[in-house]
Each structure stands twice: as structure tokens, then as C-alpha cells.
Design a protein around this ligand. Structure first.
Ligand SMILES: Cc1cc2nc3c(=O)[nH]c(=O)nc-3n(C[C@H](O)[C@H](O)[C@H](O)COP(=O)(O)OP(=O)(O)OC[C@H]3O[C@@H](n4cnc5c(N)ncnc54)[C@H](O)[C@@H]3O)c2cc1C
Length: 440
């Protein structure tokens, strides 16, 4: 049987996961990406100022030994292994992460109320959990739920906890025992319980280097933005005028965009794809003439009047990410097409981020800003609102019927990390190989 012409859309983790799987069958797929660079959300940029910034903070904490090995091979075993240190900022206080077991140092009234509500909740009869808000109240009691995770939800997921499901949680949010809450309130040295304890990061060149060895596995066509798919004739049209065909299609393109491109997609599918919610992130990168900025690799910000939801410090991941003696900060400011549309230019957020970094004391008046940039991630985190499951079923069902093997964070439309996106690409390639995803 002749080898099928399998086309891969996207050159991020999922696209290269697909290329990797196809390579084992002796197939080198043509891969198209709209960007001028490969890597998608895992790309890294080296700026003239000497700083390296990833497209949003990226570290690898996969527990999958095969993926660990693949990534390590890709950087010729040159990676850092770092013990993670996370903290939070809340109204001028810096509790360690997760805050529910690190109440020490918060105002006494807050601690007492949190513990009283926690105990009351533990003694209350079990209630049905209909949404994320119910889950938070049952897990932590009202005071902690409202002051911390519900507040963070509005900043990071751009909607309320009442409007969110719980099927994305997994190990992400720790449910402590009363003893753990009490210990964390009495002592500054409560145990580390975060589901990530260590992470890896390439020694030189940024997170993107984890893809280096996969690049030759695809026949990569950059600057190729797909604008139309005709599933009847299996024809792809690109904005640069290229028209080409496929036998089987693997796609990591975000679902709302993919559906919009498919000719004659039914109105109910188009409507469902529009109901899929995702956050948009303005990433602001700041280079500073000082490296002792933070002890944590990442900090979560709850206060409404601080514009960013999270900060990362890339110079702490690899010394090569900043010039000697300099430090770097990466801030995430969130919007959502569905709940809080982004307007203006990403650069508009550089000044507010610097202002808030000064307000919370991370930047000092005498600090010199050596570099600043902003970029927009149209698709950042999938929002698990209550409409997601039904809308996704409609969209995926339609793509299954067409035989398009969707994959990756924005193809599966899930809360997927890099390793999961890579594996999702491998599985999509398998579906394409077997023809299962190409029934029509
Ligand atoms: C802010 C942020 C922080 C994160 N932090 C971590 C972390 O610390 N650790 C971790 O493991 N994961 C992290 N993730 C998740 C990780 O980024 C994703 O799991 C992974 O990068 C998704 O890969 P993908 O290939 O599925 O999607 P993408 O990387 O988005 O790849 C899709 C590709 O399709 C291309 N494309 C889209 N439309 C078209 C079109 N019309 N024509 C042609 N090409 C097109 C895009 O240009 C892109 O290259 C983070 C994500 C975000 C947003």
C-alpha cells in the first residue's frame, strides 16, 4: 500500500509529537505553521539585550520517564534539575504555596476565620458538588475559598467559580487535613505538598531546545497560515496562496479557528466552537540589572488591583537566560474573548506591570530596566466553564466524522502540559495512520 500523505498542522509540542510517531513508521510529514518560527507556545526568544524569554513561563515537570528521556536527549542531557519554590502574594503578604497550608504570617483575624470555617465545613453534612465553587467551599470553607481561590479564578480563568466545572482539577489544588492547616498556621516551616517538587529546564537556549531533535522529523513549512479546508476534496489553502492536498490530516490548530476554516461546517458546530472559552494572555517580559529579585520561581497574585495573575523569573531557571548579574521577570495578564475581551496593544501593559512590580516591592526605585517587551497569546488556558463539555462534544464529534485527527492543548481543548500535548500528537498520528480518524 502506498504511504498516505499525512499533513500535520502546527509545529508545537503536539505537531512534533505527531512527527515523532510518524517517523517511527518511516514517514516524514509535511508540517505547516503560520509563525516564522517553530515551537508554538514552547518557543523561546533571545533578545539583543542578552535575555532569553519563553512564550510564557515554561518548565518541565513530567513524571513520564519516556518523555523525560526524549526531552533530555533533545538537549544532549544538558538540562538543569531544580527544586521548585512557589509562593503567593496577597494584600502585602507572601505566604508560601499552597496558601491553604501556609497561613502563617497572615493577619490573625483572617487565620482564625479561615480555620473556624474549615472546621465548620468538615462537620457539615456532605452536599452535592455542582460546580467549582461548591468544590472550593467543601474543601476549604467559605473564608479561604472566597479570599484565595475564588478570587484567583476571576483573575486567571476570567469567570466565577460558580460558572466552572471540576473536571480539570486532578491534583492541581491540594485538599489539606485540619492538622496540616493548623501546622501551617502555627509554623513558617510547613511541609511541601505541591504536586510538583522538582522540574527540569534546558541549560542553554530556553525551553524551545526540548524540540531541537524533533525538528528534522518533519518537512517544516513556516510562514504558512492555513485559511481554508475543504474536507470533501481534502484541499488546504494557505494565506500565501499555496493550495495543497492531504490524505490524512493531523491538526493542533485551536478548535474555534479550525472550525471557522472548514468549508460548509454546519451552523450548530460553528456555534458550539464559538462557545468554547479560552483565556488570552499578555506576557510582559522585564529585564533588570539585579538578580536577587525573588526567592520563588513563580508567584501567584490574588489582589484585583495588581494587574498580573502570575510572575515567573526566567533567570532562576538557567543562568543563560539573562546576562551576568541581571535578573528577569515574566508577568501574565489575563483576558478572555468570551468573558473579558482584550483591546489595545500588548505593549500597553508594560507600564502597568512595572508599576505593580514596584507596588509589591519586587522592583526597587533604583532598579534599572534593561529590557522590556510584551506579546499577546491569543490562546492561553482553556476555561472549563459549564458550557465546555457539551460544546466540545459537538465539535469533536464533527471532526471525528470528517476524519480530522485533532490534538494538543487547543485541539483537545484541555488543560494539557507540554508532555501531554506531545503525547496527544503521537496518538493523533496513530489515528491518522490507522485511518480511524479518516472515516469519510
Ligand atoms: C502561559 C502558559 C504557561 C504554560 N506553562 C507550562 C509549563 O510550565 N509546563 C508545561 O509543561 N506546559 C505549560 N504550558 C502548556 C504548554 O504550553 C502546552 O501544553 C503546549 O505548548 C501546547 O502545544 P500544542 O502543540 O498543543 O499547541 P501550540 O504550541 O499552540 O501549537 C499549535 C501550533 O499551531 C500553529 N497554528 C495555529 N493556527 C494555525 C494556522 N491557521 N495555520 C498554520 N498554523 C497554525 C501555531 O502557530 C502553533 O505553532 C503553558 C501554557 C501557557 C499558555
Amino acid at each position: 500500500m502506498p504511504t498516505p500523505n499525512i499533513v500535520v498542522l502546527g509545529s508545537g509540542m503536539a505537531g512534533f509529537g505527531a512527527a515523532h510517531r510518524l517517523h517511527t513508521e518511516g514517514i516524514t510529514p509535511v508540517m505547516y505553521d503560520k509563525n516564522a518560527y517553530y515551537g508554538g507556545h514552547t518557543a523561546s526568544f533571545r533578545y539583543e539585550s542578552g535575555f532569553i524569554f519563553d512564550v510564557g513561563p515554561h518548565i518541565s515537570y513530567t513524571k513520564d520517564l519516556r518523555i523525560q528521556q526524549l526531552f533530555a536527549d533533545s538537549v544532549d542531557q544538558r538540562y538543569e534539575t531544580i527544586q521548585i519554590n512557589l509562593n503567593n502574594y496577597w494584600r502585602g503578604h507572601w505566604p508560601l504555596h499552597p496558601a491553604q497550608i501556609h497561613l502563617h504570617g497572615l493577619p490573625e483575624d483572617v487565620i482564625i476565620k479561615v480555620i473556624a470555617d474549615f472546621v465548620e465545613e468538615r462537620q457539615a453534612p456532605e452536599r452535592p458538588v455542582k460546580n467549582y465553587a461548591d468544590w472550593l467551599l467543601a474543601s476549604f470553607g467559605r473564608t479561604f475559598a472566597e479570599l484565595f481561590p475564588m478570587q484567583y479564578t476571576r483573575k486567571y480563568h476570567l469567570t466565577t467559580a460558580e460558572n466552572m466545572s471540576t473536571d480539570w482539577l486532578g491534583p492541581r489544588i491540594y485538599r489539606p487535613s485540619l492538622e496540616e492547616v493548623l501546622r501551617g498556621a502555627l509554623s513558617a516551616a510547613a511541609p511541601q505538598v505541591h504536586y510538583i517538587t522538582h522540574f527540569r529546564y534546558p541549560s542553554d537556549g530556553g525551553f524551545m531546545c526540548y524540540l531541537k531533535k524533533f525538528v528534522p522529523l518533519g518537512n517544516l513549512k513556516l510562514n504558512h497560515e492555513l485559511v481554508s479546508i475543504d474536507p470533501r476534496t481534502r484541499q488546504l489553502t494557505f494565506s500565501n496562496g499555496l493550495v495543497t492536498h492531504y490524505d490524512r490530516l493531523v491538526s493542533s490548530v485551536p478548535l474555534p479557528d479550525l472550525i471557522r476554516m472548514i468549508q460548509a461546517a454546519p451552523p450548530d458546530v460553528v456555534d458550539a466552537s464559538r462557545r468554547l472559552a479560552c483565556s488570552t494572555c499578555v506576557v510582559v517580559n522585564i529585564g533588570v540589572n539585579r538578580e536577587d529579585i525573588s526567592r520563588a520561581h513563580m508567584t501567584y497574585f490574588y489582589d484585583e488591583d495588581i494587574c498580573f495573575a502570575r510572575l515567573g523569573f526566567p533567570h532562576m531557571l538557567s543562568s543563560k537566560n539573562a546576562p551576568p548579574g541581571a535578573g528577569s521577570i515574566q508577568a501574565e495578564v489575563y483576558f478572555s474573548h468570551k468573558y473579558k475581551p482584550f483591546t489595545g496593544a500588548p505593549e500597553d501593559w508594560i507600564e502597568p506591570v512595572i508599576r505593580d512590580l514596584r507596588r509589591c516591592g519586587l522592583l526597587r526605585d533604583e532598579d534599572k530596566i534593561l529590557s522590556s517587551q510584551a506579546m499577546l497569546l491569543r490562546y492561553a488556558n482553556i476555561i472549563f466553564d459549564l458550557e465546555r463539555a457539551a460544546a466540545l462534544k459537538t465539535v469533536h464529534g464533527y471532526l471525528d466524522d470528517l476524519g480530522i485527527a485533532y490534538c494538543g492543548r487547543y485541539g483537545e481543548w484541555g488543560y494539557m502540559w507540554t508532555d501531554e500535548s506531545f503525547k496527544s500528537g503521537e496518538l493523533a498520528a496513530e489515528r491518522a495512520l490507522s485511518g480511524v480518524a479518516c472515516a469519510k
